[in-house]
Design a protein around this ligand. Structure first.
Ligand code: DCP
Ligand code: MG
Length: 366
C-alpha cells in the first residue's frame, strides 16, 4: 500500500441489467423472461444494448448483433429502448447518492463512484451506506443495484461486479493484494479483449503474472497504461472521485509487440480498435463529430490526424472508414508503426441536459 495516501472509502454502484430491469419492472409480462433491449433482429445492423439475466444464460451479451442473440435464444423477447425513462431513473439514483455524499462521479447512466470518506449523515461505515443506497433503490425504484466497497476506485469497481445481481462486496485494505493477484487479466477494468488476448499470448493470465513484470516491461508492451497496471496489481490507485468531469473524448489505442509495416496489418488493427471505440460510444450513449487517429512510429515520434464531420456519429462503419482514410493519408506503407489509436471527440452538441453528468474517458484506456 502507498504510504502517502490517506485511506479513503469508495463505493462503486452499478445497476443490474439496467435497461432490461426497467423494462421488466414496467411490463409484468416481461418478468422472469429472457428479454433483449435494443435493435430488432429483423432490422439491419441492430445490436443488443443489454439482456435480462434470463437471456444471459443463453450467452446473449451487450453489443452483440441482434440476429446472433436471436439464434442463441429464439424465445427472447425484443424490446425497444426508452432512453427518457432510463435517464429519469438515473437522475433519481443520483438524488439518492446525494443524500450521503456530493463526491459522485457518474460513469454512465447506471454507474457511479462515490467517495464516502466523510458522509453527510455521519454514518461512518461505507458498507452501511452501500446497504442503505441499495435499499433506497429497491424501495423507491423497484430495481436492484450491485455495490463494491473498497479504498480505491479500481478495486471498488471490480468488487461491484463480483456478486451481481443485487450484490454487495467489500474488499478491505488487507485483502487487496491477494485479490488482485488471483484476478484474471480480462477482469481488470479497462483491459479490453485486444489487450487481454495480447497478455495471454505473453503468458500473463492473472494479476500475479503481471506483478512479476518490471514497470519498464509493462510500459514497453502496453504504453502509458502499463504504468497504471504496475500500480494497480499492487493495490495502488490514487485517482480521486471527480464530480465534475466532462466527457471530452473517448478513444482506444494499442501498442504492438512488433512494428507494423504493411498497410494491411495496420488496417486490420484500425478495425479492431474502432470496434472497441464503437462499443464504448454505445455504452455511454455518445456521438462525436471529430475522428482522430494517433500514430507512434518505432522512433517514438508521434503524430495525430483528425477529420470533423458535419454531424456527430457513432456508427462503426463511419469510424473505421475515416480512421483508415486518415491513416492512408500519412503514407504509412513501409514506415514502422508501434502504436495506433482511434478516438472520437466534439460531443458537445448532442449531450443535452445529461451531458454534464457523464464520466470521462481520457485519451488512454482510463
Ligand atoms: N449499454 C449499451 N450498449 C453496451 C453496453 C451497455 O447500450 N454495449 C447500456 C445498456 C445497459 C446499460 O448501458 O443496460 C448499463 O450497462 P452495463 O454494462 O452496466 O450493463 P447492465 O446494467 O445492463 O448489466 P450488469 O448487470 O452486468 O451491469
Ligand atoms: Mg449495470
Amino acid at each position: 500500500m502507498s504510504n502517502e495516501t490517506p485511506i479513503r472509502k469508495i463505493i462503486h454502484i452499478d445497476m443490474d441489467a439496467f435497461y432490461a430491469s426497467i423494462e421488466q419492472r414496467d411490463n409484468p409480462d416481461l418478468r422472469g423472461k429472457p428479454i433483449v433491449v435494443g435493435g430488432s433482429p429483423e432490422g439491419r445492423g441492430g445490436v443488443v444494448a443489454t439482456a435480462s439475466y434470463e437471456a444471459r444464460k443463453f450467452g446473449v451479451r451487450s453489443a452483440m448483433p441482434s440476429k446472433r442473440a436471436q439464434q442463441l435464444c429464439p424465445q427472447a423477447i425484443f424490446v425497444r429502448p426508452r432512453f427518457e425513462v432510463y435517464k429519469e431513473v438515473s437522475r433519481h439514483i443520483r438524488e439518492i447518492f446525494h443524500r450521503y455524499t456530493d463526491l459522485i462521479e457518474p460513469l454512465s447512466l447506471d454507474e457511479a463512484y462515490l467517495d464516502v470518506t466523510t458522509d453527510k449523515q455521519n454514518i461512518g461505515s461505507a458498507i452501511e451506506i452501500a446497504k442503505l443506497i441499495k435499499q433506497a433503490i429497491k424501495d423507491e425504484l423497484h430495481l436492484t443495484a450491485s455495490a463494491g466497497v473498497s479504498i480505491n476506485k479500481f478495486v471498488a469497481k471490480i468488487a461491484s461486479d463480483i456478486q451481481k445481481p443485487d450484490g454487495l462486496t467489500f474488499i478491505g485494505p488487507s485483502a487487496i493484494e491477494a485479490f488482485m493477484e488471483q484476478l484474471p487479466v480480462e477482469k481488470f477494468h479497462g483491459v479490453g479483449k485486444v489487450t487481454a488476448d495480447k497478455m495471454k499470448r505473453m503468458g500473463l493470465f492473472t494479476g500475479a503474472d503481471l506483478k512479476k513484470l518490471a514497470e519498464s516491461d509493462l510500459v514497453q508492451h502496453f504504453g502509458k497504461t502499463g504504468r497504471f497496471y504496475y500500480r494497480i496489481v499492487r493495490g495502488i490507485d490514487n485517482r480521486e472521485v471527480e464530480p465534475h468531469r466532462e466527457t471530452k473524448s473517448l478513444s482506444a489505442e494499442d501498442t504492438f509487440p512488433y512494428d507494423l509495416t504493411s498497410l494491411e496489418e495496420m488496417n486490420a488493427e484500425i478495425d479492431k480498435i474502432s470496434l472497441v471505440v464503437h462499443e464504448r460510444l454505445k455504452k455511454y450513449n455518445l456521438k462525436g463529430r471529430t475522428i482522430t487517429i494517433k500514430i507512434k512510429y518505432s522512433d517514438f515520434k508521434q503524430i495525430t490526424r483528425n477529420h470533423s464531420l458535419p454531424q456527430p456519429v457513432n456508427d462503426l462503419e463511419t469510424i473505421r472508414t475515416i480512421a483508415k482514410q486518415l491513416l492512408a493519408a500519412t503514407e504509412p506503407e513501409d514506415k514502422k508503426i508501434r502504436l495506433l489509436g482511434v478516438g472520437l471527440s466534439n460531443f458537445g452538441e448532442i449531450q443535452p441536459e445529461s451531458g454534464r453528468d457523464r464520466g470521462a474517458w481520457q485519451l488512454e484506456l482510463f
